[in-house]
Design a protein around this ligand. Structure first.
Ligand code: ZN
Length: 146
């Protein structure tokens, strides 16, 4: 798999120095998502304050793409309200469906633009999406609870 070098660096940096990793003891929703085709697993804890993501933490094992993606997602979503989070999520989904020709909006996706090249590799898209699907699931559950 050939990714742009700069993007590869961003991904490896998050893989080696993940953000928000280590599960918080209290949360509104906890979800566990797996990607059997690659062996990636993550557990995500989410807390909402009103409609704002006030805490997000996770733990996981798996390939660099899956783990870096959940790290980047967690730092992007923290302190966003659910409406903003949905815009970011939708944008990332579109990027993953772009088959390598998407022009990601860095103002919205920030470091997550690093996964643009992954959209050329169908087998790896599930790796990149794992944490984002977990967030979506957790945010629905947390809203039901609140
Ligand atoms: Zn993977």
């Amino acid at each position: 798999m050939q990714l742009d070098n700069l993007y590869q660096e961003v991904i490896l940096d998050h893989y080696k120095h993940p953000e928000n990793k280590g599960l918080a003891a209290s949360y509104d929703a906890q979800v566990h998502h797996i990607n059997p085709s690659c062996g990636d697993e993550i557990t995500l804890n989410l807390t909402l304050q009103g409609d704002k993501v006030s805490a997000i933490s996770w733990d996981g094992v798996g390939c660099s793409i899956s783990q870096a993606s959940v790290s980047i997602m967690s730092s992007l979503m923290l302190n966003k309200n659910l409406e903003q989070a949905q815009i970011i999520l939708d944008d990332f989904m579109l990027l993953m469906q772009s088959k390598g020709i998407g022009a990601p909006d860095e103002a919205i996706l920030e470091d997550a633009v690093a996964f643009a090249g992954v959209s050329q590799y169908p087998a790896r898209i599930k790796c990149a999406l794992l944490g984002w699907m977990a967030f979506k699931d957790a945010s629905v559950q947390a809203q039901k609870k609140n």
